[in-house]
Write a new protein. Structure first.
Length: 317
């Protein structure tokens, strides 16, 4: 009897576990972040959507007053794309962007490498100067550059004359296209280097020092160490900084408008300035919106091509 009872107990199926409680969904996290999401959608997505709508309408000053804009499809884009002036502005924007980004990345890399080698207090001094430059408002920095290159009272002309270059006495920098272009490049590079240099320095200090010591023991020089260790390990950071600087340079408007308004002639007219000129001077807000959307499209395509190339390099390595 006891044997049969023990055998029955031994072969009894385990008790069925109770069904799991249905976890209640908490809406508090979504409610807490909803103000930020709504503000972001209103400040970013709504202007973009509104710009797209205006670009496919006939939207000038009469339509702005009366509010009876007519849908025209892609007619505004066709008109912009068949305008030779638009493609001249695109080429100028590409040159302007390439010159600025190359100078920014080269100077930022050199400054970051310098920060790695400096002592503690000198490094803090240099970093404080970079932060002050980075924190300077765009309008203030642009005004300072205007003062520096004034024809009669500018410090640059005075210094060049003192050094023996009499041809720069009362020289009008902003009346010459290449000179104005060079001043704008210097201004944008000066404003951009601090962010890129500090970001690259923060990435460089994460590279293990043992790798550098091993490379120096093998007789590698400074350039070999950078090309074989620093850049390969920080390739993603260099790519990210490059993309951010491309965006920063392409959308630069305030500096160009305050200094030259795209002049002299059209020497410094880039896509943002051109879109503003078309929208405000000609009061063709539809064409201005089409130019700005084409600028965004070109920028997105360029960045996608760059990311694709980086992804392929990462796969090969």
């Amino acid at each position: 009897m006891s044997t049969t009872l023990s055998r029955a107990v031994r072969h009894r199926p385990p008790p069925t576990p109770p069904p799991p409680r249905r976890r209640r969904t908490s809406w508090w996290p979504y409610l807490l972040i909803s103000p930020t999401l709504l503000a972001t959608a209103y400040l970013l997505l709504y202007p973009l959507a509104r710009n797209v709508v205006i670009s496919v309408q006939e939207f000038g000053l009469p339509q702005l007053v009366r509010g009876d804009a007519r849908f025209v499809g892609l007619a505004n884009y066709a008109r912009v794309l068949t305008d030779p002036e638009f493609w001249a502005v695109v080429r100028r924007t590409l040159v302007f962007t390439a010159v600025n980004v190359v100078l920014i990345m080269v100077l930022s890399t050199l400054v970051a490498l310098l920060l790695v080698r400096l002592g503690r207090w000198l490094r803090l001094l240099v970093m404080a100067g970079l932060v002050l430059v980075w924190a300077t408002p765009v309008i203030a920095a642009t005004t300072v550059f205007q003062w520096l290159f004034q024809s009669r009272l500018g410090v640059v002309n005075w210094l060049l004359v003192e050094l023996g270059f009499e041809g720069y006495r009362d020289y009008a920098w902003f009346a010459d296209g290449p000179a104005t272009f060079a001043i704008l490049v210097a201004l944008i590079v000066w404003q951009s280097v601090p962010f890129a240099a500090l970001s690259l320095y923060a990435a460089m200090v994460t590279v293990p020092g043992e790798l550098y010591e091993a490379a120096r023991m093998d007789g590698a020089g400074a350039w070999r160490v950078f090309a074989s260790i620093t850049f390969p390990m920080l390739r993603a950071m260099f790519g990210l900084i490059t993309c951010l600087e491309v965006i920063w340079v392409v959308k630069a408007f305030v500096q160009i408008w305050v200094i030259s308004q795209g002049g002299p002639g059209q020497a410094t007219t880039t896509l943002p300035v051109y879109a503003f000129q078309v929208a405000q001077s000609l009061q063709r807000y539809d064409l201005g919106a089409a130019v700005s959307m084409l600028m965004v499209l070109l920028l997105v395509l360029a960045l996608l091509a760059y990311f694709r190339q980086m992804y392929r390099q990462e796969e090969v390595s």
